[in-house]
Design a protein around this ligand. Structure first.
Ligand SMILES: [Zn+2]
Length: 715
């Protein structure tokens, strides 16, 4: 049995590591105790990087001789008592779980406390066990600038404090869902925050304290402290806080206003916000986490303009999906895709159908680019994102499955079902099966086929436009078309558009066979047919539907990333480093002089460097006319770029190989190559990008010229 905590990360970050420490019970060991609640009193000594704490654990230990729990290995247990007196406690090394084995130095490695329950307490339904302990943790994360995706689990320092459940900063047992009351004592100029509502706060003797309590259960407790200036407002009975550093007070108002807007939006859509407070908390290192009742955003992250518009709403919505209705991980994580659908995607819909269509198209493209026969898996096996492929499945495909469900049952039943799901499953683990059961109940029909084909089965439909014919009828025209798919066939609703003289006629047809003969009547003579014109159906795309982009190049497992052997030494170094970064574990890295003619003719190529790369010249004629590369500079539109901080990315089809792409990336100065180059994977959907002062100033994606799901009728 493994225990994992999954913090929910902002969707724009690329996950690179599996989050958290894990630890386990010994094989064959049954758990017959249960933690019913924590009341932790913790004092933080920032200069010494130390904490001293007492956890009053309420434990269900009826008829058991021993209560066993885990605690951070570097902590010392000072005392263990019940109301009746001292309890015997043995401390043992715990068998390391997967995470600890992978990171032998991480502080999350557990020690195991075995506490004897005396005879007279075994008759009670619950006992309070006071565990007093202290310990020292690292004072800072590995990097203040780089995104942290879970490597940092516990730090105590003068810059700030971050204690996650994975650090085991309080005694815990695997898979516990329990309540927390936490009193934190810090030096007077610090503010601490954790889950739940603020029930007490004050200061004396150069120290400040605050007590937070959440009466509903949670799968872990995260504690944060820093030199914050706190702004508090009340909104419809909810305490909304901003814990920002003094120098970033200019951001507070927009964050508070957006938070109120999102709370209103989701209360209307789904039902009451489950907590008494929501806080936006700035972090001194770079995180994008959503915890129950607050979000922890790095100091560089809070300044990104799209966080308020998208990611903040995503994190707030996690308080419904993931933080109060919990995910039954063993049956697949539905919550990231649902949150993406009801936040990131929903905001696009509110802006307009064109933006929503772009978003759906990008999901299908990313899936096609990154998910192959080797790395694919079904939604029931998604736990958390590790790379672009798992993200394309767990976030992207899942969002499209909810889109299919909503199209099928309609908005009214879709939201009614999710409101019921929320009410029924709040403070419990919930699975895909529970979503299915709720929808079946609300819609009054069997939906096993739907969830089986999208959740249990791996992969995506691939559609073919078979033979078409047009026939004159008495009162108009009939278009006959065969829609073909693989086996076993998927069942779904497919939009088809017939182009007429001055308008388009849209029809939705039910598809469920391998070959589906469809006939569509029109008053006017049909000129053309387009299958799924607005990309409503989740499907694998044709190569022709995919324009050359960063995603299409990086997703190609057989690509070659080519660094230059000419030019300045520092730039050469930077390109070489970037080549390895972009390759990840897919594709080859080669120097420009090692590339063969055959490789140029058969592969996707990511060519780094301007004219100093021997390969660049071969593709200059394929680059769109508005871009021009010269010695030490480039032109985009009519503007010449030759300063440090300027960079150009442009992708084209490989003129020598159908279905393959070529990308050129040229940055001026080694720092630009390093900094802009590292950001490229975040701009996956673009076919060209222009940077000035390391900021994106222009970008775009060419529209693919061919659409195999479109056909014109000749007269
Ligand atoms: Zn999320």
């Amino acid at each position: 049995m493994l225990m994992m905590w999954f913090r929910r990360c902002l969707p724009f970050f690329l996950g690179v590591a599996v989050i958290t420490a894990t630890f386990g019970l010994k094989a064959g060991e049954a758990r017959n105790t249960r933690i019913l609640g924590h009341h932790v009193e913790v004092e933080l000594y920032l200069k010494e990087h130390k904490l001293k704490a007492m956890d009053h654990l309420l434990v269900q230990a009826k008829d058991t001789e021993m209560f066993s729990c885990f605690l951070n290995k570097s902590f010392q247990v000072l005392s263990v008592n019940s109301l009746q007196g001292k309890l015997d406690c043995k401390v043992r090394n715990a068998a390391p779980g997967k995470g600890a084995a992978a990171h032998p130095d991480m502080p999350g490695q557990p020690q195991r406390l075995e506490i004897s329950i005396p005879q007279e307490l075994r008759a009670l339904s619950a006992v309070t066990i006071d565990v007093e302990y202290e310990g020292i943790l690292p004072s800072a994360p590995d990097s203040l600038e780089k995104e942290d995706v879970g490597d940092t689990t516990g730090i105590i320092g003068e810059d700030g404090v971050y204690l996650s459940p994975a650090c085991l900063w309080y005694p815990d047992e695997p898979d516990s869902l329990t309540t927390f009351k936490v009193t934190v004592i810090t030096p007077a100029d610090y503010e601490a925050i954790t889950e739940g509502s603020l029930v007490n706060k004050g200061s004396s003797g150069g120290k400040s304290f605050s007590t937070w309590e959440e009466k509903n259960v949670s799968d872990g407790c995260n504690l944060v402290a820093g030199r914050y200036k706190v702004t508090a407002v009340k909104h419809n009975g909810i305490d909304v806080y901003a814990y920002f550093f003094p120098e970033d007070q200019g951001l507070v108002e927009s964050y508070l206003n957006a938070t109120k807007r999102y709370l209103d939006m989701y209360q209307n859509l789904l039902g009451n916000y489950p907590y008494g407070k929501f806080a936006i908390v700035e972090n001194f290192f770079q995180t994008g986490y959503g915890m129950p009742s607050y979000t922890l955003l790095g100091s560089a992250v809070v300044k990104l303009p799209f966080i308020v518009d998208t990611s903040l709403g995503h994190e707030i919505l996690h308080n419904w999906w993931g933080n109060s209705v919990f995910v039954e991980e063993s049956e697949g994580n539905w919550c990231e895709g649902l949150t993406t659908y009801m936040a990131d995607y929903y905001y696009k819909e509110l802006k307009g159908e064109a933006q929503a269509e772009d978003y759906r198209r990008d999901i299908c493209r990313k899936y096609t680019n990154y998910v192959t026969g080797q790395n694919g898996f079904s939604l029931k096996d998604f736990v958390s994102r590790r790379d672009q492929a798992s993200r394309a499945i767990g976030y992207g495909k899942t969002a499209m499955v909810f889109h299919a469900l909503r199209r099928m049952v309609g908005d009214e039943l879709f939201y009614r079902a999710f409101r019921k799901f929320y009410t029924d499953k709040i403070w419990q683990n919930a699975s895909w099966k529970d979503i299915q059961n709720t929808f079946e109940g609300v819609c009054g029909k069997d939906l096993a086929w739907f969830f089986d084909q999208w959740v249990i089965r791996e992969g995506a439909p691939f559609l073919e436009l078979g033979k078409t014919s047009v026939e004159k009828a008495d009162d108009g025209w009939v278009t006959h078309v065969d829609i073909i798919q693989g086996t076993p066939p998927y069942q779904f609703q497919l939009p088809i558009q017939i182009g007429l003289d001055n308008e388009n006629q849209k029809t939705v047809v039910d598809i469920k066979e391998k070959v589906n003969a469809v006939s569509i009547k029109t008053k006017l003579q049909p000129l053309n047919i387009t299958v799924d014109p607005q990309c409503e159906v989740f499907r694998r795309f044709y190569a022709e539907e995919i324009p050359p982009t960063i995603d299409s190049l990086l997703g190609d497992e057989n690509k070659i990333i080519v660094y230059p052997t000419g030019g300045e030494a520092a730039s050469q170094q930077a390109y070489k480093k970037l080549a390895h970064l972009l390759a990840g574990n897919r594709g080859l890295v080669k120097a420009d002089k090692e590339i063969t003619e055959t490789e140029v003719a058969q592969k996707s190529l990511f060519v780094l460097g301007g004219l100093e790369n021997k390969l660049t010249g071969a593709f200059l004629s394929s680059v769109p006319k508005n871009f021009l590369l010269k010695e030490g500079e480039f032109m985009a539109g009519n503007v010449t770029y030759r300063n440090t901080g300027d960079a150009l990315f442009v992708a084209v089809k490989n003129p020598k190989s159908k279905g393959k792409g070529v990308a050129l990336f040229f940055g001026i100065g080694a720092d630009t190559i390093n900094n802009v180059g590292a950001k490229l994977p975040h701009y996956g959907k673009y076919g060209y990008l222009v940077f000035s002062a390391e900021k994106k100033i222009d970008s775009g994606t060419p529209t693919p010229a061919d659409n195999p799901l479109q056909r014109s009728f000749k007269n």
